[in-house]
Design a protein around this ligand. Structure first.
Ligand code: PEP
Ligand code: MG
Length: 884
């Protein structure tokens, strides 16, 4: 098996491993693909991801085999280009870039212009006939290599560059002459020597291997780790390295470089979209140092920009590019995100990949492409990341609300966000951990800011275009972002900033509209989203293709209504205790718990009964005949105990018992480990009158609301069952109360009694338990807690480290531990079905709204998943994807 694959020129591209992203990474696989369909790709080679893993696990060393393969591949590049690496007369220069299986924008490292040294720079100058270009390339190389490979602070180089310009009274980099740049190179080399204690490496092979090692090492950089954790990328995948002949966008005014999308990544509109710069190298566009120009004439006119678009300034190269766009969309059947360079009028493709897009754009493109006949419904369903829908399900700014505009920037990632201004990523994380909404405001963002971008509600930058780091990352994360807002100036020292004419300080509240680029003072009110249009169409397709039902976890009529609006087909979990925490009821609940005898308890329960009944009646009405699973009281009594003196005083008044007495009683009920204590069905076993009251409320409400058109069929669910006996006792109790209510009211409803499977013993004994249960609902929150022996309330302290170290690929409370907990689910489903063929099986733990866990539920053949209201559309789409 090859460790290195060549592409471009006359390289063969027929080994399927070369186009397998898991082997050659996204960039490597697509470069080979583009070369094989005849697009202009500079020749190069890809070192496989397997070599990255080998390097990182073998003490960061390279094998002889790899060294030989690289030498041979370099030969291919030399031959194709007709130049030699390190040739003092006319040197081959290469770029060295990372390329993981999935794109991780800005997370890992790139070195350009590699192969320059004090000799080859002269050769480049004479061969290109452009001395300035040669010296500019060399100074860029030292700067990048110094930063990426030698680990020097790139600020040192920036400072030297700024001083060089200032000393000469220049404004732009382009004003520096060949002589100026030559001097600057000298200064850069002095910086390297001073910082490193050794000179800048002149041996081109040493440069190459240094860069390869740096790319491999960058896989384990802190920022890459954070990105991996946020995006569920496995540490084991590794990155490939792409070494490619350089082409130059900075060889004068017939050269250019740019990034482009074949459709608008923000709106999904079918229009070429991109940015480019004349006489520049790739990183100038993405780094947001120079403000780029528009690609098309229409976009330029639309924005009222003056500098010509590429369509106007370089019509021939633009026409060539447009042809390539069409070829690529036709080949990949998807919107492509492209990097290109024009070297003295000739177009070169440096990269293509399926472009990141907002949820809105993803929907529009998927639906449009079905209309265009490019893809079918199934592919459209698979195209949209269910989690991305989240962006569309949340409120947008109320267009009628007054707003005080402070300034505008580019509409880089849509959505509305309000929050307190924070000026750095660490503060963003800190404040957001305190449950504050924050807006991260930066001059520009860098990959080191990723944790702060994640913590923030929205992102505002003073510099950078639509394809800047901030914009790309924000779109991927679904955070509203306004970028390139030139009216923003920040003074980090005083933690103050100015937006337009307004002086603000860190902590002041602003609102961003990422769809228009507006920045507003204070908090602007929002409205609920519109779920029609493309969203509706895709959801309809999803419903057609899914097998599992989708229900919701809800306990208020408002939540039920939201969930129905999102397409919920019933309630999978109504946690009745949430009704108990209501301020007006808590004292009756406490009276019930602290009661010393049955009479006192009954009198408290009598106060709760009508309240519960009306809760259930409201829910049944809202759900209009759809199935409703209602779970009887579950949490430890401990959670309801009063803690504050006023609470004791109030109870003392209402119960006529002394405060000391009540405190003693509360102390008796205190538990050391309440999650494994007096909770769930154990409450029903020890205080049957509590469950009897709840059952009565359910059946009375059902009898009241049920009609022949919309019959109410309550599903009464018993939590935390471990044994068949517990369920048998409680089922008998529910049956008895049902019959009493039917006799009292003279009407009758169908109902089911079932249980949660949320303890390992229950999963193992599911065969027996099913004799008493008409349905199982997997409570995977508790099942995860009890199977892993990890407290769901305390896990946050250490699970992050577990995920970082790859012990669990994802937080097992977010995404089901399919290997372990999954076995319990699978086994319980099998055993339950063996006893009762028509047993209804669902899941109501948080995992019911997680796409990967939903895929597992489909595999095990569950009948439905239940998710919180805002997750319902996500679950519908994920269930369809799982079924395809
Ligand atoms: C569960 O344990 O998965 C569940 C849904 O119940 P709760 O989260 O209320 O314990
Ligand atoms: Mg539970």
């Amino acid at each position: 098996m090859n460790t290195v694959y060549t592409f471009g020129g006359n390289a063969p591209h027929d080994d399927p491993r070369q186009k397998d992203k898991t082997v050659t990474g996204g960039k490597g696989a697509n470069l080979a693909d583009m070369a094989s369909i005849g697009l202009p790709v500079p020749p190069g080679f890809t070192i496989t991801t397997e070599e990255c893993t080998r390097y990182l696990t073998h003490g960061e060393s390279f094998s002889d085999e790899l060294r030989a393969a690289v030498a041979q591949a370099l030969g291919h590049v030399e031959q194709t280009v007709g130049k030699r690496f390190g040739d003092a007369a006319d040197p081959l220069l290469v770029s060295v870039r990372s390329g993981a299986r999935v794109s991780m924008p800005g997370m890992m490292d790139t070195v350009l212009n590699l192969g320059l040294n004090d000799e080859t720079v002269q050769g480049l100058a004479s061969a290109s006939g452009d001395e300035r270009f040669a010296w500019d390339s060399y100074r860029r190389f030292i700067q990048m290599y110094g930063d990426v490979v030698l680990g020097l602070d790139h600020g040192l180089f920036e400072e030297a560059l700024e001083i060089a310009k200032e000393d000469r009274g220049y404004f732009a980099d382009t004003e520096l002459s060949a002589g100026d740049l030559k001097e600057l190179v000298g200064e850069y080399k002095t910086i390297v020597a001073a910082e490193r204690g050794e000179p800048f490496p002149q041996d081109v092979n040493e440069q190459l291997w240094g860069a390869i090692a740096a790319v491999f090492d960058s896989w384990d950089s802190e920022r890459a780790k954070v990105y991996r954790r946020l995006n569920a990328i496995s540490a084991e995948w590794g990155t490939a390295v792409n070494v490619q002949a350089m082409v130059f966008g900075n060889m004068g005014d017939s050269s250019a470089t740019g990034v482009a999308f074949t459709r608008d990544p923000s709106t999904g509109e079918r229009a070429y979209y991109g940015e480019w710069l004349i006489n520049a190298q790739g990183e100038d566009v993405v780094a947001g140092i120079r403000t780029p120009q528009y690609l098309t004439k229409a976009a330029r006119e639309n924005a009222g920009a003056e500098k010509p678009s590429m369509e106007e300034a370089m019509p021939e190269a633009y026409a060539q590019l447009a042809r390539v766009f069409d070829l690529l969309e036709d080949h990949y059947k998807d919107m492509q995100d492209i990097e290109f360079t024009v070297q003295q009028g000739t177009l070169w493709m440096l990269q293509t990949r399926s472009g990141k897009r907002t949820a809105k754009a993803a929907l529009k493109m998927a639906v449009d492409m079905v209309g265009e006949g490019l893809i079918n419904e199934q592919t459209a369903i698979l195209r949209v990341d269910p989690m991305a829908l989240d962006q569309l399900l949340h409120p947008t700014l109320n267009p009628d609300a007054p707003r005080e505009e402070l300034g505008t920037g580019l509409p880089a990632s849509p959505g509305a966000a309000s929050g307190k201004i924070v000026l750095d990523a660490d503060t963003a994380e800190l404040w957001s951990n305190r449950e504050e909404d924050v807006i991260l405001v930066r001059v520009e963002t860098s990959p080191e800011d990723i944790h702060g971008m994640h913590a923030a509600r929205g992102i505002l930058t003073a510099r950078g275009g639509m394809t800047s780091h901030a914009a790309v990352v924000a779109r991927g994360m679904g955070r509203p972002c306004v970028s390139g807002a030139s009216g923003v100036s920040i003074d980090l020292a005083s933690r103050r900033l100015r937006i337009g004419a307004r002086e603000l300080k860190e902590g002041d509240v602003i609102t961003l509209d990422g769809a228009t680029g507006q920045i507003m003072a204070g908090r602007v009110p929002t409205i609920e989203p519109e779920l029609a249009g493309d969203f509706g169409v895709l959801m309809e397709w999803a419903d057609k293709h899914r097998r599992m039902g989708v229900r919701t976890n809800a306990e208020t009529p408002a939540d039920c209504k939201t969930a129905r609006g999102f397409g919920a087909e019933g309630i999978g979990l109504c946690r009745t205790e949430h009704m108990f925490f209501d301020a007006s009821r808590i004292s009756a609940v406490r009276a019930m718990i602290l009661a010393e005898d049955e009479t006192a308890r009954q009198s408290a329960l009598d106060r709760l009964l009508p309240e519960q009944r009306s809760d259930f009646a409201d829910i049944f009405r809202t759900m209009a005949g759809l199935p409703c699973t209602i779970r009887l009281l579950d949490p430890p009594l401990h959670e309801f105990l009063p803690t504050r003196d006023e609470e004791f005083a109030e109870l003392s008044d209402s119960l006529g018992l002394g405060v000391d007495h009540l405190k003693r009683r509360a102390n008796e009920l205190h538990e050391f480990n309440p999650m494994l204590g007096h909770r769930g069905c154990r409450l029903g076993i020890t205080f049957p009158e509590i469950y009897a009251m709840q059952a009565r409320a359910i059946f009375e409400a059902a009898c009241e609301v049920s009609t022949s058109d919309e019959p109410v069929v309550p599903e009464v669910m018993i939590p935390l069952v471990a044994t068949q006996k517990e369920l048998a006792i409680l089922r008998a109790l529910v049956d008895r109360v049902a019959e009493e209510v039917f006799a009292d009211t003279g009407s009758r409803v169908d109902y089911l009694v079932g249980t949660m499977i949320e303890l390992p013993r229950a999963a193992l004994m599911a065969g027996e338990i099913a004799e008493e249960a008409r349905f199982f609902s997997f409570g995977t929150n508790d099942l995860t807690q009890t199977a892993l022996g990890v407290s769901r309330d305390d896990a946050a302290r250490f699970l992050g480290a577990y995920v970082d170290k790859g012990i669990y690929a994802r937080d097992p409370f977010v995404s089901l531990d399919v290997d372990g907990v999954g076995q319990l689910v699978e086994l319980a489903a099998e055993r339950g079905r063996a006893t009762r063929g028509d047993i209804k099986l669902g899941i109501c733990g948080e995992h019911g709204g997680d796409p990967e866990s939903i895929a597992f539920c489909e595999k095990v053949g569950l009948d439905y998943v239940s998710a919180s209201p805002y997750r319902v559309p996500i679950a519908r789409l994920a269930a369809a994807q799982a079924a395809l």
